[in-house]
Design a protein. Structure first.
Length: 357
């Protein structure tokens, strides 16, 4: 799934109609790495924290033993590393001769804490699962790379939406660990304003639902449907939504299909934790610590990170080697979901890779 549960049939039909075809690239290998006695920023602990991942290619070291070809790609809220194995992302980047050719690069696609096949509330702990934040997710991925996969350096760290936000964080916390950074669909500032409002509305909808039962429900509470509607609303742009749903009846039909998928595939506790995880995101005070060249790419039709706030342009001035790009709205952009449509922004990735050689 793409960030923020963009599961509509329209999205799938649109991609099919566009004629996008996957390039040839190696099938990903899946694995798990278990972190023992993991301490969360909240002060809570888990005796074992499982981080699931997918990888393509093999790590390669230089004569000094430094891995030079590793690429970390981090997904967004409610997603997983699996979302990148699709024509509009892997098919544009991972094929032979492409920018992140998997025969040349070692590409790591982790499932963040609380997501995908990594440890999450629905595994059994429910609302007793530790309250994780973005710092915990970044450090778990860092330990997956360094302790689990033997990666002591990254050629590139990039991410989409929540993963984009975590790209800023890893750049601050481990500034000499990567050659380049590319956060997509994110802002280097604390979650606030309208972005916080929709998240808080979702959180409150679940927590105030009597059927949630403090996380101990036996059937998904109705608020999961409300949460899914909020996420669906924020994920695309108005033009695409109007084209896909030009009448009242069609709108209700498409929305019902999307929300039926949310109830079928998601879990209220998991989603509550995923959206709540942004509680500790605040990269603003540490932007000067970022050392690697950084290209931040947003789209003008992103409802979650609207360009009229001018936050990206203001804050990027504090990043040495930083560049801000806001892609104009076009027939190719998909609102917030543009972050997964690589053909829109891959020219900037090519520029970044060249600059950071």
């Amino acid at each position: 799934m793409s960030q923020l549960c963009l599961r509509s049939l329209f999205w799938a039909a649109l991609l099919a109609a566009s004629g996008v075809r996957a390039a040839d690239y190696p099938a990903p290998t899946e694995g798990d790495f278990t972190l023992k006695d993991f301490h969360f920023t909240s002060g809570e602990t888990l005796p074992e924290l499982r981080i699931h991942y997918r990888s393509l290619g093999q790590p390669r070291k230089d004569a000094t033993g430094v891995v030079r070809n590793a690429v970390l790609v981090v997904h967004g809220t409610s997603g997983s590393g699996a979302q990148f194995i699709r024509p509009e992302f892997a098919g544009e980047l991972f094929g032979a001769g492409q920018l992140l050719d998997a025969t040349r690069y070692f590409i790591v696609l982790p499932d963040g804490i609380g997501h995908g096949k990594s440890s999450k509330p629905s595994d059994g702990l429910r609302a007793k699962f530790p309250g994780y934040g973005y710092t915990d997710m970044v450090e778990a991925n860092y330990r997956l790379l360094t302790e689990g996969l033997g990666v002591n350096h990254l050629r590139l760290a990039m991410g989409t939406s929540m993963g984009g936000m975590q790209s800023w964080v890893i750049g601050e916390r481990h500034p000499d660990f990567m050659d380049a950074l590319m956060p997509l669909a994110s802002l280097p500032a604390q979650i606030s304003g309208r972005n916080r409002i929709w998240r808080k509305t979702l959180i409150d909808a679940i927590r105030n639902d009597p059927a949630w039962m403090e996380g101990n429900y036996t059937a998904q509470p109705p608020s999961l449907r409300t949460a899914g509607a909020l996420i669906y609303f924020m994920g695309s742009n108005p033009v695409l939504r109007q084209e896909a749903m030009p009448t009242l009846a069609k709108t209700d039909e498409v929305l019902k299909t999307a929300l039926d998928a949310t109830v079928r595939d998601d879990d209220a506790n998991n989603l509550l934790y995923q959206v709540s995880a942004s509680w500790d995101y605040d990269p603003g005070p540490g932007l000067e610590r970022i050392q690697a060249p950084l290209y931040a790419v947003n789209s003008a039709d992103d409802l979650i990170n609207p360009p009229e706030l001018h936050i990206l342009e203001r804050e990027i001035k504090r990043v040495t080697g930083g560049k801000a790009v806001v892609v104009p709205m076009s027939n190719e952009t998909r609102g917030h979901g543009t972050h997964t449509v690589a053909k829109v922004w891959k020219p900037y990735l090519a520029e970044l890779l060249k600059e950071s050689q």
